[in-house]
Design a protein around this ligand. Structure first.
Ligand code: FMN
Length: 158
């Protein structure tokens, strides 16, 4: 199966607490590691933007599982296609708390790639969404290979 990249947006069905996010991310990283899937998840109180990279078969299977997850809804596929390389090869699931970024850093990135300083992944083109995530990748501080932790000024979650 060929290497693909999938990007989707969704809304949180209910606010997820930080502890719940930590548990979710631990699960994601273990499963994605086993499936050789890499990517990044940006989340706010009510929205998600996620990039998944890996074999087409495995990424499709994961997307179906994610789509069935009641923790979020209104899934919108932003892009899907074959790629020649991964943008997140070192991350089983990099995670960024968009709120924890702080207002000015958040606004700078969102205004560069979109029309508003509000985090609204649904309003972004596929190219802009990927560029935003690549820009935000540098905000995620790795704690060890394949893992990630929140930026230093983000709310404590562990
Ligand atoms: C926003 C969001 C992103 C998710 N991302 C992943 C992911 O990257 N990898 C993963 O294995 N599960 C992810 N999940 C969890 C799946 O939706 C699903 O709960 C899980 O794969 C089920 O695993 P299980 O069949 O082992 O219980 C995500 C869930 C949410 C709400």
């Amino acid at each position: 199966m060929r290497l693909v990249r999938l990007i989707y947006a969704s809304r949180s069905a209910r606010p997820l607490g930080m502890r719940e996010m930590v548990t979710l991310l631990e699960h994601c990283r273990q499963h994605n590691h086993d499936q050789e899937i890499t990517g990044m998840l940006a989340f706010s109180r009510d929205g998600f933007l996620q990039v998944l990279e890996g074999s087409g078969q495995r990424v499709n299977a994961l997307y179906h599982r994610i789509a069935a997850d009641p923790r979020h809804h209104q899934l919108a596929l932003i892009s899907y296609g074959e790629v020649v390389e991964r943008e997140f090869p070192d991350w089983n699931m990099a995670a960024l708390d968009v709120v924890g970024l702080g207002a000015s850093r958040r606004a700078a990135a969102l205004l560069k790639y979109g029309t508003s300083a509000v985090f609204d992944p649904y309003s972004m083109s596929a190219t802009a969404a990927l560029r935003l995530m690549v820009a935000w990748r540098s905000e995620v501080v790795p704690s060890s290979a394949g893992e990630s932790r929140m930026p230093a000024d983000a709310p404590q979650i562990a």
